[in-house]
Structures are given as structure tokens and as C-alpha cells.
Ligand binder design. Structure first.
Ligand code: HEC
Length: 242
């Protein structure tokens, strides 16, 4: 009986250790597999490391590619990559447009729902267009302005701030493109686009002129651009800074 028990115990032990070993081997193989799969996907460009979307695009020689607008089929605009390294023209917080203004679309009126102060609008311009603007006082074809929209947050995770607002979650990205040869076939030189989910940006179709263009055309200081609200552009023409 005792011997039998011994034998049983031994077999059980072998079984248990074997299973443990198997589990261990399984774990090691799986880790190695997923690591190499991850590496393979990364190398193949299937997945991108975090933040890659906003890296400037480089050509083979490692030089920065043009920041001209890029389009998908039917003239839809792709979200410009790397715009956060462009020229920062200004940040407005919670601008609301006058009610009753003929050009104020309902979308624009209700653009800050449920917020106390509204959202941050961080606006960037592509460097080529910026330089041309300083030199000539005109926005050239392929000017791209990007408005990166963030909720204005008051409370930080560490509870260190006592007052004020900082940009919290990203809300949207909106883009204005000047292009007299629009691939969607429309003739208006400035086209306006929105990317409501910038983490998964599908190419965007331009809005109708009545939705965006008209207000910009009527009330923006210079060629549809709200230069009056952007310190980096404001006064550049007058200051002889070109
Ligand atoms: C009632 C007026 C009005 C309408 C309509 C309007 N905008 Fe604007 N937009 C503004 C003002 C004012 C600014 C200045 C910056 C800001 O709001 O922070 C601006 C700035 C922008 C900018 C930054 C670059 C620039 O041109 O100065 C983008 C991009 C933009 N709007 C996109 C849109 C889109 C897309 C629509 C249509 C869905 C739209 N806008 C409709 C008033 C308007």
C-alpha cells in the first residue's frame, strides 16, 4: 500500500512538474513569438510606435518631405502628418462666433457644448506657406492651416494647480487648405475639412462653402485666414518684416 502510494505520489509529482515546465516553456515561446511578431509588424510598418502619426514624414535621404496637402480618392484630404512641428500661429480659447451672424452655421454656434470656457484652438501653418507669407504677404497655393482642438481642463491628476486651464483631451482637428486646383473638382480656392477622431483619421470630404468658407471669407482679416487672432501672422505685412 505504502509502495503503491509512493509510486502514485512520484507519478503525480512528475506530472505536476511536467505541467509546470510545459507552462513555463509555453510562456517563454509565446513571449518570444509575440515579441518577434511585434518587431516584424513594426518593421513592416503595419503597426506604428505611439506618436508616430505626428512625426514629420521623411524621405529616403532622411530629409523632410513637403508639407503640401495629400489627398485620397475623390479628392478627400488626408490628415496632415507632423503638423505639430510646423509654425505655431496662435492659441485661442473658447472663441464663440456672434449669434445671428448670417454666416454662423449651427455647427459653429454649438461648438463648445457643456464646457465652461470652451476649447483650446491651437493653430499651425505649414512652414513653406509661412515663409512665403512673410516674403510676399500672400498665402500661396498649398497653404495648410491646422486647428488642433483640446478641451480646457482645470483639474490635473496630481491636484497641484489652483487656477487656470490647460489643454486636456484632444477633441478634433480641423484643416483649411488653399488650393486653386482642388482634386475634388470644386473651384473655391479655400477648402475646409474636419477630423472628429484624429486618432483614427479617415480622409475627409470638404465642407460646403456655406458651412465654413463663407464666414471665413466675410470676416477673416486676410484671404480667409483669421490673421487678427494669430500673433505670429498679425502685423507681419505692416511691420515690414518681409
Ligand atoms: C461663423 C464663422 C465661422 C464659421 C462658419 C467657420 N469658422 Fe472656422 N474659424 C472662425 C474663426 C473666428 C476662426 C479663428 C480661430 C479660432 O476660432 O480659434 C476660425 C478658424 C478656423 C481654422 C484655423 C485656420 C484659419 O482659417 O484661420 C480652421 C482650420 C477652421 N476655422 C475650420 C473651419 C471649418 C472646418 C468650418 C466649417 C465646418 C469653419 N471653420 C466654419 C470662424 C468660423
Amino acid at each position: 500500500m505504502a509502495e503503491q502510494w509512493d509510486a502514485f505520489e512520484r507519478r503525480w509529482l512528475i506530472f505536476v512538474t511536467g505541467a509546470g515546465l510545459f507552462q513555463e516553456v509555453d510562456r517563454v515561446v509565446r513571449t518570444a513569438l509575440s515579441a518577434s511578431l511585434g518587431l516584424a509588424l513594426l518593421t513592416a510598418g503595419v503597426v506604428k510606435p505611439a506618436g508616430a502619426d505626428h512625426e514629420p514624414k521623411l524621405d529616403r535621404a532622411g530629409k523632410r518631405r513637403t508639407t503640401a496637402p495629400e489627398y485620397a480618392g475623390k479628392g478627400r484630404l488626408k490628415l496632415p502628418g507632423g503638423f505639430r512641428t510646423w509654425v505655431f500661429v496662435g492659441s485661442n480659447i473658447g472663441l464663440q462666433y456672434r449669434e445671428g451672424e448670417a454666416e454662423t452655421t449651427r455647427r459653429e454656434q454649438g461648438r463648445h457644448p457643456g464646457t465652461k470656457i470652451g476649447n483650446f484652438h491651437n493653430v499651425y501653418i505649414n512652414p513653406e506657406a509661412y515663409n512665403r507669407y512673410l516674403q510676399t504677404g500672400k498665402f500661396p497655393n498649398n497653404t495648410v492651416l491646422v486647428m488642433d482642438v483640446y478641451e480646457a481642463k482645470e483639474k490635473d491628476a496630481r491636484n497641484i494647480v489652483r487656477g487656470g486651464y490647460f489643454p486636456g483631451d484632444q477633441r478634433a482637428v480641423e484643416v483649411a487648405v488653399k488650393n486653386s486646383k482642388r482634386p475634388d473638382g470644386l473651384k473655391t480656392d479655400w477648402a475646409y475639412y474636419a477630423f472628429p477622431d484624429p486618432s483614427r483619421p479617415a480622409p475627409a470630404t470638404a465642407f460646403k462653402d456655406a458651412d465654413c468658407y463663407r464666414c471665413h471669407k466675410q470676416h477673416a482679416d486676410d484671404d480667409n485666414v483669421w490673421v487678427q487672432f494669430y500673433p505670429t501672422l498679425r502685423g507681419q505685412k505692416q511691420s515690414g518684416n518681409r
